[in-house]
Design a protein around this ligand. Structure first.
Ligand code: AMP
Length: 312
């Protein structure tokens, strides 16, 4: 499997409803995605950080055996992307306190030659113009999936509309799907997005799970894993995407979805995505994924499957 992710490397500040907060947490869409996907197979990352990026954060990627960080550029004279977020009482709603684009406003990091043959491409949250440029670097791709968020819908809608014509799948939050389509129903919003180009759309609804809409007309709903141990939901969406793409890679020899099994592959991948995301939120940053074992993933996955079984 050759899975590549492009996205942000960030230093986050997180405020919890309890008033507790953490500064200098390793974050960014690329970081969470790569850590989660690495449990399923090798993952190549493309991202850029500035000279303020602590060595200790850089070293965290080495803890994940399957992460190839050749494409992680640490640029002299630049500052790392920084984001601050505050969670509301129910932990499902959050507000961005600040977004300092810093290096994201500069030239994108180069794609290493050794990554060019990647078959599965995930464009994690970043400027859609940049996402489109990255996509062009992977001429041998068999599946391209993108994520987006409110900031880009507000500031780069035309580029986002263009991007949707070039990707096979789109993964986004419900609020963003609503914002993009003007439709206040998950299925209607997902179907509206399908009309703009992708073959499938996954709309995430936090604690309420996710909906998959496919251009063949099928719809599936997957609940979230019921968890009491939520510490910091940051990165749940990116880890979900990492589990999704990782499992797609594991289930399909070359990453190309088989026609007949498209929908089933995606549904199984969504279940894995759900499980890995449920672990991410048990600690700040990559804290929980750093110590996560494969047997823990497997046992929660089995518990999730049992939970979904309806007798009779
Ligand atoms: P998630 O909770 O999965 O939506 O992802 C949270 C991560 O996204 C944080 O670690 C942030 O550093 C990163 N992030 C926040 N805003 C943006 C943005 N506008 N573009 C890309 N990444 C972002």
């Amino acid at each position: 499997m050759s899975l590549v992710v492009t996205g942000t490397i960030g230093i986050d500040t997180i405020y919890l409803p309890s008033g507790e907060h953490r500064e200098e947490v390793l974050g960014g869409s690329c970081s969470y995605f790569a850590a989660a996907a690495s449990f399923y197979g090798p993952v190549r990352m493309v991202g850029a950080a500035g000279e303020d990026f602590p060595q200790e954060m850089h070293a965290q990627f080495d803890n994940f055996n399957n992460i190839d960080a050749t494409g992680l550029e640490v640029r002299e004279g630049s500052k790392t992307f920084r984001w601050g977020g505050k969670y509301m009482t129910d932990m499902d709603q959050r507000e961005s306190l600040f977004t300092e684009l810093n290096i994201l406003g500069e030239a994108p990091p180069p794609v290493p030659e050794s990554y060019r043959d990647s078959k599965l491409v995930f464009l994690a949250n970043s400027h859609p113009g940049l996402q489109l440029d990255f996509l062009k670097a992977f001429g041998e791709r068999t599946l391209a999936v993108a994520d987006t968020m409110d900031l880009w819908i507000d500031t780069a809608r035309d580029e986002l509309t263009e991007l949707l014509k070039h990707v096979d799948g789109l993964v986004l939050n419900y609020d963003e799907a609503e914002q993009l389509t003007g439709k206040q129903n998950t299925v209607a919003a997902a179907r509206g997005l399908l009309e703009q180009g992708p073959t499938f759309v996954i709309v995430k609804k936090g604690e309420h799970g996710a909906i998959l809409a496919h251009s063949d007309g099928s719809i599936a709903a997957i609940p979230a894993f019921p968890s009491e141990a939520v510490v910091d939901p940051t990165g749940a969406g990116d880890s979900f995407a990492g589990g999704l793409m990782g499992q797609i890679g594991r289930m399909t020899e070359f990453g190309r979805l088989g026609k007949a099994s498209d929908f089933d592959t995606l549904r199984s991948a969504m279940a894995h995505a759900t499980i890995i995301a449920s672990y991410t939120i048990e600690d700040f940053g990559l804290g929980r994924l750093n110590t996560l074992r494969h047997d823990e993933i497997e046992s929660r996955y089995q518990a999730f499957r049992d939970m979904l079984h309806i007798a009779g």
